[in-house]
Design a protein around this ligand. Structure first.
Ligand code: ATP
Ligand code: MG
Length: 489
């Protein structure tokens, strides 16, 4: 199925601002579908005038769907849906008296032009399954009334409110709590769920007929609410706002959408959501996160202690090969510590590996100068980006990279030789590709990486195999030196 940008590019002349407008509309249209008890379909007129492309669809959570099948991606020709034609032509909401019958379901259809500035950029079809329509209660009447005001605003270009983003998961839905205030900020209707939310905050009286902002001020102590202006603006229904209020008993997200169906302010739709439990869990998660970070920090410290011990021991050892072995162990432990250090600084179990790689380059540069002592100065640099890597991959990848870098340093540049070691990382479609090149002396004659039994490459081979990747070592084709190529899925 083609994506929205593809459909837009292939069939319309809409610009980025139009797309952003439709994005804002779609961020909020669950509200309209729910208030209408209707399915919404977003249609884009084809630039040739030949018909309409369905680019979005939203089902109501408050009633039965009128569209069992998905329609996104489908096309209807001009003339097949007279209501769409009329709404586009006349720039106003088009509706019909008689329902359409679809698979034995009576469906009432309405076409709403989506206006941005002077132009109609799209159409929203509102499809109501009439089997779901009962004798309307106060709640249903309030919902429908508000839905109709919102659709009028869409047709006038007054909704969505620019700059307002609300598609985050916390955003209240109609069913979480619905309040309708009039132009003066007095509650005209509050849904049972909205009443429950206010009961949670400690309200004992009714809401209807009350000034919502002042009732809320009495319940919420000043120190626990957003600034005074936000309270009056949001709960008075004068400005589009998302705000969070609360007291010791509860926390509530408030979303206000002022209604101006004909340009005059007629009041506002206010949605509420009780997020008391959610916020409590958030706080717990933050504590847990901090604990995990603290543990990574301690692991890093412990690894550094181990490294320090090994280094002390290395200094006391008489035999050069023994000393070298211990120094290598110091470096390997150090590489793991770098990963834990990085993990102790993020909130995710994901690592920005570029930072790790750069630290490893530094590590190899320092230790390399100490032991193998290539006095000629070898430059190490990274190009490209590793991107983020899961913490389970980060440690083995860090170890592999250290071994490969260390080899290039140690074997490519024997004492005195100067040159460059480059780490080039590329994110491919299938994973990660890392190329380590050096312009050193090159691999020994007849060298076979598979056959080598030394520890460094054994570590590399084992870890790469565990990660499901591949390893290739070869002389550089473009000059002297060695190319080591790693791929990871
Ligand atoms: N970039 C390179 N340039 C030249 N030779 C290399 C390079 N990388 C690896 N080699 C060769 O591959 C051999 C195997 O490397 P490997 O890392 O397994 O062992 P090592 O470095 O000798 O010992 P260690 O176990 O301490 O790492 C090296 O001894 C070296 O001859
Ligand atoms: Mg080695």
């Amino acid at each position: 199925m083609p994506s929205l940008p593809e459909l837009v590019r292939d069939h319309t002349d809409l610009g980025p601002d139009d797309i952003a407008w439709l994005g804002l509309l779609q961020a909020d249209w669950q509200i309209i579908a729910d208030l209408s008890f209707a399915d919404l379909v977003l249609w884009l007129p084809d630039r040739t005038g030949s018909g309409y492309w369905a680019v979005g669809q939203m089902r109501p959570t408050t009633g039965p769907t009128a569209l069992v099948d998905d329609v996104v991606g489908s096309f209807v020709a001009t003339g097949r849906r007279p209501l769409l034609d009329a709404a586009l032509r006349e720039g106003r909401i088009a509706r019909e008296g008689d329902p359409e019958w679809r698979d034995d379901v009576p469906v009432r259809v309405e076409a709403i032009p989506v206006r941005r500035g002077e132009r109609i950029i799209a159409l929203v079809a509102r499809n109501t399954n009439l089997h779901g329509v009962r004798t309307p209660s106060r709640l249903e009447l309030s919902y429908l009334q508000t839905a109709s005001e919102l659709t009028q605003m869409i047709a006038r270009g007054g909704f969505p409110y620019p700059g307002q983003r609300s598609d985050h998961a916390d955003s209240p839905r109609v069913g979480d709590g619905f309040i309708r205030v009039d132009a003066g900020g007095t509650v005209a209707y509050a849904s049972p769920n909205a009443m429950s939310v206010y009961r949670k905050l400690g309200l004992t009286t009714d809401l209807a007929g009350e000034d919502l902002a002042s009732v809320t001020r009495q319940l919420v102590p000043p120190e626990l609410r957003a600034d005074e202006e936000s309270i009056s603006a949001a709960l008075g229904g004068r400005l589009p706002r998302d705000t969070e209020i609360g007291n010791r008993q509860g926390t509530v997200i408030v979303r206000s959408i002022p209604l101006r169906p004909t340009g005059e302010h007629t009041g506002a739709l206010i949605l509420l959501r009780d997020v008391t439990d959610l916020r409590r869990r958030d706080r717990e998660l933050v504590t847990k996160d901090a604990t995990i970070r603290e543990i990574h920090h301690r692991v890093k410290n412990n690894l550094q202690t181990v490294a320090a011990l090994l280094r002390l021991q290395a200094r006391r050892i008489g035999s050069a090969s023994g000393r070298e072995a211990l120094e290598e162990a110091v470096r390997r432990v150090g590489a793991i510590a770098v990963v834990h250090e990085t993990l102790s600084q993020t909130y995710e179990e994901e690592v920005e590996f570029d930072a790790v790689a750069d630290q490893l380059l530094g590590l190899v540069r320092d230790v390399g100068n100490e032991s193998a002592a290539p006095a000629g100065g070898v430059r190490l640099r990274r190009t490209g980006s590793f991107g983020t890597v899961g913490s389970d991959v980060a440690t083995p990848l860090a170890m592999v990279l250290t071994e490969v870098l260390q080899n290039a340093m140690e074997h490519g540049f024997p004492a005195g030789r100067a040159g460059t070691i480059e780490v080039a990382a590329t994110r491919t479609q299938t994973g990660l590709e890392v190329r380590v090149t050096d312009d050193g002396v090159g691999l020994p004659d007849g060298f076979d990486p598979e056959a080598s039994s030394s520890l460094g490459l054994s570590i590399v081979r084992t870890l790469i195999a565990e990660l499901g990747g591949t390893l290739a070592m070869a002389p550089r084709s473009d000059g002297a030196g060695t190319l080591v190529e790693l791929t990871l899925p």
